[in-house]
Design a protein around this ligand. Sequence first.
Ligand SMILES: CC(C)(COP(=O)(O)OP(=O)(O)OC[C@H]1O[C@@H](n2cnc3c(N)ncnc32)[C@H](O)[C@@H]1OP(=O)(O)O)[C@@H](O)C(=O)NCCC(=O)NCCS
Length: 152
Amino acid sequence: MQIVDIDFCGPEDLNILYAVECECFPSPWKRYMLENDLDNLGEIIYLKAVMLGKIIGYGVVSRNDWDSHLQNLAVLAEYRRLGIASQLMIGFDRISEEWGCRRMWLEVRSSNKIAKNFYAKIGFSYRSISRGYYSDGEDALILTAKLPLKVM
Ligand SMILES: CC(C)(COP(=O)(O)OP(=O)(O)OC[C@H]1O[C@@H](n2cnc3c(N)ncnc32)[C@H](O)[C@@H]1OP(=O)(O)O)[C@@H](O)C(=O)NCCC(=O)NCCS
């Protein structure tokens, strides 16, 4: 496993997080969405993975009563398969437990086999399908996991 620091993001990270978002997703979040979140951190938390001073991945979790909602997770392509997303998920697991949450849920594109493998490995399983959830009409699978996640 590579040495990576997991840390909280702030408004100053906006530009690089948006660049990571654009590199990782064909339909990235809009810049103003990230900006709005980063100006209103609290029950929504952004974590970044930093290697040698460079942000190489990030994720977003929010609180929803007794559940936490993983809203986003992305690692730059050249740093994948090094355990970076797993490290971010350890952070989100701890935050969710501090919030008193018992479960985490997320949406994933039905075609995103890599992400589905990743989430299955750390304890997520299929809960339901949200037809046409994405703007291009693709379905989202809703996955849930009991906390703590199976990630070390
Ligand atoms: C999904 C994603 C975040 C995984 O990040 P990562 O840092 O590469 O993940 P990890 O290295 O922590 O992988 C942990 C495990 O997930 C599974 N996994 C990860 N990438 C995989 C791949 N390409 N093929 C099969 N399994 C994979 C493996 O079980 C892996 O463990 P192993 O390497 O010991 O076999 C990354 O591929 C990504 O950013 N994808 C594009 C954005 C995206 O789709 N985000 C998810 C939105 S819901």
